[in-house]
Design a binder for this molecule. Structure first.
Ligand SMILES: O=P(O)(O)OC[C@H]1O[C@](O)(COP(=O)(O)O)[C@@H](O)[C@@H]1O
Ligand SMILES: [Mg+2]
Ligand SMILES: [Mg+2]
Length: 337
């Protein structure tokens, strides 16, 4: 285990040694981490805190909102809006962007989040999380609008997630590797528990929602079929399968021991590129995975190169151990040719 330093100490060190993080960005990350601590407390209260179940409303994507989706969204907005680091925020749970009201000081950063990821797992006591991504406002036009958020993932200056699981952890990149912090509840602090996280290039574990098999495109069917044939098939090894149905938990496992995660396009709703959201889920997770030596594509292109055209844009996702993502991506190219 690395030396026991707090999130603040880690960020100050990053700032001092690498000149990577401007103070504004450091403070912004600390505010997000504090908000996640509040969400963790609400999550843990469960039925005792009136946080379970549906809120009876729908988000812009037509998904039923859980109470915790809404609570988490509010916690993140309230924590961040007066800090002076941000110009605006965008969230999976809000139709349009939330511009920092002009009674508060304005900053130059843009914060994007999936306030509560894995909503279907809230009521069954399985790991859930919060995913966030930080961009810098580019261009010198006055004010801020939705177009400021439509930047490729490679422009992210920080990204991470908090996982509310058997431990509460914060996983972060500021573009210099991936660090993991564990919440010490008694002390109320985030303690660095792993550094320079690396995803092994090879794996024997895949994650996909198999119930969608009949809707997949041929390259995905081919890739999974070959895994399923195990030792006797072309891959020459047996594979294991995991599917938590919380992207945060599936990605956390991959960062911890390798693996490949897929949420491909499928025929159920052919006009949708995928289920997951480019700006709130795919980009931040791709940044972390690449920083840990892994790879992330939409089957054809690097996710972080994609130019978003809409705030709530969806994308197909293949991420994790490099050799597996390369293979799945190559199968798409072969099938296209
Ligand atoms: O219901 P499915 O098809 O298993 O989908 C699970 C996927 O949906 C998600 O829950 C979507 O996230 P939200 O809970 O934020 O809508 C991912 O975390 C997960 O990978
Ligand atoms: Mg999500
Ligand atoms: Mg969500």
């Amino acid at each position: 285990m690395p030396k026991k330093i707090s999130l603040t100490q880690y960020l100050v060190e990053q700032q001092r040694e690498h000149g990577r993080i401007p103070s504004q960005l450091r403070l912004l990350i600390e505010v997000v981490a504090r908000a996640c601590k509040h969400i963790a407390i609400a999550v843990n209260k469960g039925a005792l805190g009136d946080v379970m179940g549906s809120a009876g409303s729908e988000n812009v994507q037509g998904e039923v909102q859980k109470k915790l989706d809404i609570i988490s969204n509010e916690v993140l907005i309230e924590a961040n809006e007066w800090g002076g680091h941000l110009a605006a925020m965008a969230s999976e749970e809000m139709d349009t962007i939330h511009v920092v009201p002009n009674r508060y000081p304005q900053g130059e950063y843009l914060l994007l989040f999936d306030p509560l990821d894995g909503s279907s797992n809230i009521d069954v006591n399985v790991s859930i999380g919060t995913i966030f991504s930080v961009l810098k406002k580019v261009g010198h036009h006055h004010g801020v609008d939705e177009s400021d958020f439509l930047q490729a993932g490679k422009n992210q200056v920080a990204a991470g997630y908090c996982i509310y699981g058997s431990q509460t952890m914060l996983v972060l990149t500021v573009g210099d590797g991936v660090a993991m912090f564990t919440l010490d509840r008694e002390m109320g602090s985030w303690v660095l528990t792993s550094e320079n996280v690396q995803i092994p290039a090879d794996t024997k574990e895949f994650a996909i929602n198999m119930s969608n098999q009949r809707h997949w495109a041929p390259p995905v069917t081919r890739y999974i079929d070959e895994c399923l044939q195990g030792k006797d098939g072309p891959r020459g090894k047996d594979f294991n399968m995991r599917w938590v149905a919380s992207m945060v938990a599936d990605v956390h496992r991959i960062l911890s021991r390798g693996g490949v995660f897929m949420y491909p396009w499928d025929k159920r709703e052919p006009e949708k590129a995928g289920k997951l959201r480019l700006l709130y889920e795919a980009n931040p997770m791709s940044f972390l995975v690449e920083q840990a030596g892994g790879m992330a594509t939409n089957g054809r292109q690097r996710i972080m190169d994609l130019q978003p055209t809409r705030l709530h844009e969806r994308v197909a996702v293949f991420l994790g151990s490099k050799n597996e993502v390369e293979r799945a991506t190559a199968y798409h190219a072969e099938s296209d040719a």
